[in-house]
Design a protein around this ligand. Structure first.
Ligand code: AMP
Ligand code: ZN
Length: 492
């Protein structure tokens, strides 16, 4: 189909979705705001428009599945807001200058630009394979040095920053609201305590570097009123969010590790400079991903890069896995949990295939009601601070009910189309369903196994039939015994 024709159909579908949501669902969107530690009614600053900023990667190495959790969680949130008829401008920054980048590029004997370019390419590939919609802008720190210098100069002129031998620091005692996001107490801070590196002492409020003076000619550096140097870590997000979204933004996200010091410091910088409060209306933080009960780290050897995960599992299964828990919950990743999700996804694939091929003639009026109720439950769940697990449970209930009607032959072709249309509608933000059959052929050996299994079922030798099913599944051939006979599909 021509691109334009497809775009037209998608636009028409959108109008229909919005109409249906408004018709059937009257719930209002609520968001948990870390700033107030409560769930609040969501109201964008500008009607129907949202400025959304999510802290992106420091590109000194390839991304891992912890990053993927955060990016997928915010992708679903962003897509859901669009489904709810908001126009979202989505910005994800790229930290391409950082202490870790300098260290890593020296280790590898390449420039920080080479290191950044290599990892940005990997990052973009990961986003593609994970079905993540591209941000409107991916601003890079090294492309905003002039804006950063101007911002720091303004803070200095306004009395919020001071120069030392090694840099320019933010004076947190000058910002009366310091600590309002994280709850950190400034009173406990010894005057003049500064943190030069990006590594904070845990839970200790300190003056932080806005600009770091060059110590060694090998360090990357740019000109500034304070001599050659480079930006500190926190300043980039204040500068790039205001440049691309304005001085006040609707949603700012990142994982929970960033609440302090990074986001606390962003507030101090942005509100001090613009005088506009709040800098961010809704602060949203995703939970951390742990592996087999442990914090993911290279030293523990449980660090899983995104392409390695995707060698074993469908990217859609990872999205499903992330959707099984609320975005704020900590996720425990394990092979066992992923295998369970693989099976759930297989069931969905088979279910959708069944609907696509369904030719039943007994249309059932109750299906329209079932579809309407499911829409209401899913939208209601997502309106409640993006409660995806409840939405998934409602979809699962619908699947069970439809299968029951199919078994009883109380389900028609039009009913199948209705259910498929709802799944397509939700797939706008879930991106877990596939509506085209994966083509493939069985090998002669697999054909033989299928024959043997057919015979085993005839002989009511269920143990043998199951054994062959598992063997075929290991080879990526998924079996479904339907009332119309045994069907198969290629898993990946
Ligand atoms: P970084 O590259 O470490 O600066 O992280 C990029 C984004 O991924 C930030 O929003 C982090 O908060 C988030 N992130 C990093 N590690 C994890 C993890 N293990 N689980 C969830 N999110 C993470
Ligand atoms: Zn940031």
């Amino acid at each position: 189909m021509e691109k334009r024709a497809r775009a037209l159909i998608a636009a028409r579908q959108r109008v229909l979705f919005v109409f249906l949501i408004n018709l059937t669902c009257d719930s209002m969107l609520k968001v948990y705001n870390t700033l107030h530690k409560t769930k609040e009614e969501f109201k964008s600053i500008e009607d129907k428009k949202i400025g959304m900023y999510v802290c992106g990667p420091t590109v000194y190495g390839p991304g891992h599945i912890g990053h993927a959790r955060t990016y997928v969680a915010f992708d679903i949130i962003r897509r859901y807001l669009e489904y709810r008829d908001y126009t979202v401008k989505y910005v994800v920054n790229i930290t391409d200058i950082h202490d870790d980048m300098i260290k890593k590029s020296a280790e590898l004997g390449i420039t920080i630009f080479e290191l950044a370019n290599k990892n940005i390419e990997l990052f973009m590939q990961d986003l593609d394979t994970l079905g993540i919609k591209k941000a409107d802008v991916y601003p890079r720190v090294t492309e905003h040095i002039k804006e950063i210098v101007d911002f720091v100069k303004d803070l200095e002129d306004k009395g919020f920053a001071y120069e030392t031998d090694d840099g320019v620091y933010y004076d947190i005692s000058k910002f009366k609201d310091y600590g309002k996001l994280s709850g950190i107490k400034v009173k406990e801070q010894k005057t003049g305590t500064r943190v030069e590196t990006d590594k904070y002492e845990k839970d200790k409020a300190q003056d932080f570097a806005l600009w770091k003076k060059q110590k060694d000619p090998s360090e990357p550096a740019w000109d500034s009123p304070w001599g050659k140097g480079r930006p500190g870590w926190h300043i980039e997000c204040s500068v790039m969010s205001s440049k691309h979204l304005g001085e006040q933004i609707d949603i700012h996200g990142g994982a929970v590790d960033l609440i302090f010091p990074h986001h606390e410091n962003e507030i101090a910088q942005s509100e001090a400079r613009s005088g506009k409060v709040p800098f961010v209306k809704y602060w949203m933080h995703s939970g951390f991903l742990n592996v087999e009960g442990q914090k993911m780290s290279k030293s523990l050897g449980n660090f899983i890069e995104i392409p390695d995960l995707l060698k074993k599992h469908d990217a859609r299964a990872f999205r499903f896995f992330v959707s099984g828990l609320h975005y704020k919950s900590r996720i425990d990743f394990s092979e066992k949990a992923m295998e369970k999700v693989d099976k759930t996804l297989e069931k969905w694939d088979l279910f959708i295939e069944r609907l696509l091929e369904w030719k039943g003639e007994n249309e059932n009026e109750a299906v329209g009601k079932l579809v309407g109720e499911t829409r209401e439950k899913v939208v209601g769940a997502l309106d409640d601070d993006f409660m995806l697990p409840n939405a998934c449970a409602a979809l699962q209930q619908m699947q069970t009910e439809v299968n029951r009607l199919i078994e009883k032959n109380e389900f028609g072709k039009k009913n199948a189309e209705e259910v498929l249309s709802l799944l397509k509608e939700f797939n706008e933000f879930l991106k877990v369903f596939e509506f085209e059959k994966k083509t493939g052929e069985l090998t002669p050996e697999q054909e033989k196994l299928m024959g043997k299994r057919k015979q085993a079922r005839k002989d009511k030798d269920w143990g043998k039939a199951d054994e062959i099913r598992d063997k075929l599944a290991e080879q990526g051939v998924i079996i479904d015994d339907t009332p119309q006979g045994t069907k198969w599909r290629i898993a990946k």
